[in-house]
Design a protein around this ligand. Structure first.
Ligand code: XIL
Length: 473
């Protein structure tokens, strides 16, 4: 890592913290002191990824955006977002000529508020087609017109705001031939070139991608994709990139994963890991989660090693929201956060591969196993209280996560010296840059205000997942 790059990353980190403070209200901004130094840790995925100029993205489930914990992690950790479903054909144009913009607009606003790129997904696909399109009896001319209208309307609405679009999704069979989708049946193989031409016309600034699964190693399917992309480029069809979904299975990461990305990159196109998850038979165990962490890191490393790889998107970040258990019975635990939005070893695997500092989100054993925590209500009135938490750690910390429960109905309204999220009664307080590093025997503190002046006994505070003994200030 070059010192200059570190310094640049620190500036970005400070910006993220400041905008986080602004989002949570002015009171916090005045109480938070952001003292950045060049030694500040790269404590989030997006900070770490940015030092290599790569994005780290996540799929966003529209219905989860209203959850504070979900929203907070998505905003803090990721620099790119993809609509998990909200920009698909059945969601956007459920009836012919009727367009639903509420959910995709929400994603665009979320991305804008959090300085994130948007990866558009997806325009022409055999799946998640609305009934009128799937079952309609259209001539080639009409089908072409339907396709072009959808592309120009959807891309046109977000023209200039979406960096990359999956124009065509999952066009291939496993043997490398073209899938016999409705598009192929009615329009023949030209539907692909035509879709890309329509997309270029709709938003000349967007990079246009073709995306697929099981194309992650060198195999018959990825050979089919490779030949198509090579031919389209030779014909001057405007295609800029290839997405590798990378819905992977634990211990089955193709050994030629990086070589495969590289051969596409050598065609002159950008490559993106678009839908990464690594599923396993459930239940998970520590050994499987450890191997999963290494395999997430290997995927990230492959992207780092291929200069035309611009980023990695995970298909959701929490196992709670993953599509895997519903699609592959008996499998799950495929993402970097667990069902309770706690980071798993895979989180650290991704963070470390990007050059970040492990510990910022790792609840596992290690530093912080021994601690005392003083939970003090510093001020209380009829409709609020101010709480200060001071934690002394026996061992040195490189980033910390403190968790505790509040009584039902008690809500945090602002906080300082921490990035704090609340899910139900559970509060998760993470370090900010200036208090990430704590020497052995050292103390860190943070505070928050709640909406209730109720009297209750001090909760048990856990540090990095391990309960602290109750201490005094
Ligand atoms: C999945 C979503 O995650 C699910 O919520 C939905 O029910 C089905 O689609 N390839 C893709 C994604 O390109 O759009 C798919 O997403 C997963 C496979």
């Amino acid at each position: 890592m070059f010192p200059l790059m570190r310094r640049a990353a620190v500036v970005i980190a400070a910006g993220v913290l400041l905008s986080g403070a602004a989002l949570h209200g002015g009171a916090q901004a005045s109480q938070t002191s952001v003292e950045e130094s060049p030694s500040a840790q790269l404590a989030t995925l997006r900070e770490a990824a940015s030092t290599s100029g790569k994005f780290i993205g996540t799929a966003i489930a529209d219905h989860r955006l209203s959850d504070a914990t979900y929203n907070g992690i998505a905003a803090r950790e990721f620099s790119s977002v993809t609509a998990e479903n909200a920009m698909k054909w059945d969601a956007i144009q459920p009836q012919r000529g009727t367009f639903n913009w509420a959910a995709p607009d929400r994603l665009m606003q979320f991305a804008q508020a959090n300085s994130q790129q948007v990866y558009g997904h997806t325009l022409v696909w055999h799946s998640q087609m609305p009934g009128w399109l799937q079952n309609g009896n259209f001539s080639g001319t009409e089908m072409n017109q339907i396709m072009n209208t959808h592309i120009s309307t959807v891309m046109g609405r977000y023209r200039g705001q979406i960096n990359r679009w999956d124009v065509v999704n999952e066009a291939f069979n496993e043997d490398g031939s073209l899938r016999n989708s409705k598009w192929y049946q009615v329009l023949g193989r030209d539907y692909i070139a035509n879709a890309f031409r329509a997309a270029r016309a709709a938003d000349p600034n967007a990079k246009l991608f073709i995306n697929d699964y099981n194309t992650d190693g060198i195999n018959a399917k990825s050979n089919g994709m490779y030949n198509l992309v090579r031919d389209l480029r030779a014909q001057g069809v405007p295609i800029d990139g290839v997405g590798f979904q990378s819905h992977l299975i634990l211990d089955q990461l193709p050994s030629d994963y990086q070589a495969n990305l590289q051969r596409f990159a050598d065609l002159g196109v950008e490559v993106v890991v678009t839908e990464l998850d690594i599923r396993m038979r459930t239940p998970s165990d520590a050994a499987k989660l450890q191997r999963q962490s290494q395999q997430f890191a290997q995927v990230v490393q492959a992207c780092l090693n291929v200069s035309r790889c611009s980023g990695v998107t995970v298909w959701g970040f929490s196992d709670r929201d993953s599509w895997v258990p519903g699609t592959f019975p008996g499998e799950g635990a495929a993402l970097p956060y667990d069902d309770n939005y706690q980071p798993k070893p895979a989180y650290n695997g991704i963070l470390t591969a990007f050059g970040g500092s492990p510990g910022g989100g790792d609840p596992g054993p290690g530093p912080g196993a021994d601690c005392t925590a003083a939970y003090q209500v510093a001020n209380r009135w009829n409709a609020g209280s101010v709480v200060e938490v001071r934690v002394t750690a026996r061992q040195a910390l490189n980033g910390w996560t403190a968790t505790f429960a509040l009584p039902a109905g008690e809500s945090v309204t602002s906080s300082w010296n921490t990035q704090l999220t609340q899910s139900g009664t559970t509060v998760t307080a993470r370090n900010v840059a200036h208090n990430a590093t704590v020497p052995a025997g050292g103390t860190f503190s943070f505070g928050f205000q709640t909406n209730s002046g109720a009297v209750y006994s001090a909760p048990v505070v856990s540090l990095n997942g391990t309960a602290c003994t109750a201490g005094t200030a």
